[in-house]
Design a protein around this ligand. Structure first.
Ligand SMILES: Nc1ncnc2c1ncn2[C@@H]1O[C@H](COP(=O)(O)OP(=O)(O)OP(=O)(O)O)[C@@H](O)[C@H]1O
Ligand SMILES: [Mg+2]
Length: 274
């Protein structure tokens, strides 16, 4: 696949589908998993990001719709982390545009939170780690306990609230980091390889939490190198290659339709450039 390969399929209200053999059916997956008209939350048009001398992203058109779990896949260095940072607003595009759409008919812009590849936890109790994050986010003191409890319940760590965060298992630490992001009550949650260093059991615990986020109305954009995880979690998949997003499709189409040769090779672990 070369740089001029068109995006395979842009699905979603704001994404006019490019002509493609597999482009069609458009819907987002509604909050709670029901089909719904796709409501765009965040979009990129012709976005480019240069990091030092590297063109980390170029010509990226992508729309994230409410209720989706969009999974970013692609080889090392293809631009997944950069795309997450751009979508979150931690980076601004050198060219092109990033648009955050108001929620529903109201004027509130979506709240966002991000879980980094290697989250940093303080040598404090689980509860104190959450309270501190909420304090930093300027959440009023009266709300912090409720929010912390709610987040701990969501990730199944209520029983560990008083334990030292750094003494938790790897999977529990990652769930605490997830709770810290969830306590901010985001509308969109970005996760960068959230299970990269976890064993299969701990990974599945994190996956179970991510899978249920739709019930709370949380849209997810995450990167992973675990294709099984992408199949289990994704409602939509974006495939990155050398800073471009040549394929963006519903998970069903991505995994079941005949993919272009480069994606096929990637899915089989035979990338010629690795
Ligand atoms: N701070 C930086 N300065 C210069 N170049 C960078 C910087 N961060 C990333 N890059 C380059 O930008 C490109 C995209 O990197 P990015 O980290 O987004 O890829 P990735 O798909 O997340 O990779 P991985 O799967 O290894 O996490 C790579 O070529 C990388 O070397
Ligand atoms: Mg990365």
């Amino acid at each position: 696949m070369n740089a001029s390969t068109p995006t395979l399929a842009l699905l979603g209200a704001a994404g006019a589908a490019t002509a493609s053999p597999v482009a069609s059916a458009p819907t987002g997956v509604g909050v709670g998993g029901t089909a719904a008209a796709a409501e765009p939350l965040l979009s990129l048009r012709g976005a480019q990001v240069r990091l030092g001398s590297t063109l980390a992203l170029t010509g990226v058109d992508l729309t994230v719709c409410r209720g989706q779990r969009l999974v970013l896949i692609g080889s090392n260095g293809s631009g997944k982390t950069t795309l997450l940072r751009l979508l979150h607003g931690l980076l601004t595009p050198d060219a092109g545009a990033r648009t955050l759409h108001p929620l529903g008919a109201g004027s509130r812009v979506p709240r966002m939170a991000m879980l980094f590849q290697r989250p940093f936890l303080l040598q404090l109790s689980v509860r104190r780690n959450l309270h501190l994050a909420l304090w930093l986010a300027r959440v009023p003191a009266a709300e912090r306990a409720t929010r912390a409890d709610e987040a701990l319940e969501r990730v199944g760590l209520q029983a560990q609230a008083g334990q030292l965060a750094t003494a938790l298992s790897g999977g529990q630490q990652q769930r605490l980091a997830l709770a810290r992001a969830l306590a901010l009550r985001p509308d969109i949650l970005f996760l960068d390889e959230p299970t990269a260093s976890l064993d299969p059991g701990a990974s599945r615990e994190v996956e179970a939490v991510v899978e249920r986020l739709g019930e709370a109305g949380i849209t997810v954009v995450m990167s992973t190198h675990n294709l099984g995880q992408a199949r289990r979690l994704a409602t939509h998949v974006a495939y990155l290659e050398a800073g471009r997003v040549p394929v963006h499709a519903s998970a069903e189409r991505f995994f079941n339709a005949a993919p272009p040769p480069a994606v096929h090779a990637f899915l089989r672990g035979e990338n010629p450039w690795l």
